[in-house]
Design a protein around this ligand. Sequence first.
Ligand SMILES: CC(C)(COP(=O)(O)OP(=O)(O)OC[C@H]1O[C@@H](n2cnc3c(N)ncnc32)[C@H](O)[C@@H]1OP(=O)(O)O)[C@@H](O)C(=O)NCCC(=O)NCCS
Length: 172
Amino acid sequence: MRLQSGNIVLRSFRESDAPRLAELANNTKIGRNLRDGFPYPYTLENAMDFIGRFKDHISFFAIEYSGEYVGNISLVPLDNVHRKTAEIGYFLGEPYWNKGIMTVAVNLVTEYGFRELGFARIHTGVYEFNPASQRVLEKCGYTKEGIFSKNVFREDRLWDEVRYAKINPEYE
Ligand SMILES: CC(C)(COP(=O)(O)OP(=O)(O)OC[C@H]1O[C@@H](n2cnc3c(N)ncnc32)[C@H](O)[C@@H]1OP(=O)(O)O)[C@@H](O)C(=O)NCCC(=O)NCCS
């Protein structure tokens, strides 16, 4: 699967992405915005394991910027009565922040999730201390649906989580 807009491409992972994935992901400024389980330090072995598990997945993508691997984006389907919903997740290596890359990637993957995978809703929870991610979702037309107070335990304290969602126009 390959999605493209200008010099930004979303494609399947390759084993050759592993060294750069390990380098970029080994950054607490990235990991603190994700869930526990995102490793730190992030080793080459972690990167190879991740790529091995997800390289053939239809909704896990490597992000390329001008031909270079720069980050990850995924849609994870929920189950049971929530099976028409997917959770979106993403990160970009710090050298590439604030160039508009993730805004393009989120738009591409949201469109794909609605049109090709048939999700009715795509959502995520952003920690209160992550204004950049909240801004990305707002720029992509996601709605701030509410605040889950004290829903996140990180760094020995509780934080609010901000829920953002976008609805497939076909289901509105
Ligand atoms: C969040 C993240 C994906 C953003 O990617 P990006 O490519 O830099 O995002 P964009 O450049 O498309 O947009 C970033 C927006 O946030 C704004 N922004 C950045 N830092 C900010 C801050 N501290 N306060 C307020 N706004 C901020 C930028 O100005 C920009 O908005 P603008 O276009 O209106 O100026 C990236 O910083 C990242 O990977 N962070 C760590 C992992 C993470 O947070 N993942 C998401 C978990 S929910």
